[in-house]
Ligand binder design. Sequence first.
Ligand code: SF4
Length: 364
Amino acid sequence: MYATDEYADIEQKILNGERLTREDGIRLFKCHDIAWLGNMADMVRKKKCGDIVYYNVNCHVNLTNICTSHCKFCAFGKDKDSKGAYAFSVEEALNVVRDAKKDPNLAGLHVVSGLHPDWTFEDYLERLQALHNEFPELYLKGFTGVEITHFSKISGLSVEEVLKKLKAAGLKAIAGGGAEILSDRVRTELCPKKATADEWIEVARTAHKLGIKTNASMLYGHIETIEERVDHLIKLRDLQDETGGLQTFICFPFLPKNTELGKSVKQTSMWDDLRTMAISRLMLDNIKNIKAYWVMLTVPVAQIALGFGANDIDGTVHKETILHDAGATSPTALSEDHIIKIIRDAGRIPAACDCNFNILRRFD
Ligand code: SF4
């Protein structure tokens, strides 16, 4: 099955279940045999996770797009006086979910937002608490390591105190965004105002200590090097060795449209997306779930990615706005029937789950 003799040693390690090194990861990014890479990742996926593909019936609630951070890769964040800037009142946030509740299978909320210059931590907390009070049955995942670092800074509370308050207000898990590339070089260039790599990791570490699960992501395809992608994966793998609290890893290809970087950076190719998905599965040997996020990958590529190591396809994603502002060409939501069909057509078993991967329904 070797791609070439050049990769025989790596294939043997994968077959033996041995951990891949940084050098192995870098070599894999240079491998042109994409079918071999897919086969390797798919074999590991099957061994670890079987044929179930998880999805959730979920709704995104982006409380505000007003943000002080001005990250160069972002098309969502706006200044207060910009066209299209908004900040939801408590009632407006509730209305988003009241509308999404027309779907009787709605199981979870994904709440992420901009870093509003005037909002206090209590403003975010109040909205979270209101969502939990009115919809206690919905699984609340929300806020990234970037937002939580920001809450700590504006409130004077420690990250641990912030997390305890969010947990008391109903938060069950933390979203994986904001990790971008965990490299100070990249962050200084692209998003110097927000959480550093160490701060992002410290939020996840503290959350795990408190029993709050988190997700992790990688935004790739901008100014990062292949070495920085691999180092990012290894930082997450090290964290997982230490805490075991990462539930899912999500690869986010950078969408350049409408961003400051858009003039100089081209969108990743499907091959880069599939290669990155497969290498993530192979390098992250201690993270069970690898997500093919159809909103960014597009539905057809996400479906193919199920054969490149992914075992999770996110969900119906009612009300997604962040990535569609960046030119995502995927639909703004998918019906549950459509998600089930995508998974079945890929030869796998769809299973609706909550944000903690508890299976609610499965369709063998
Ligand atoms: S990526 Fe997040 S923190 Fe950065 S500008 Fe956009 S909304 Fe703000």
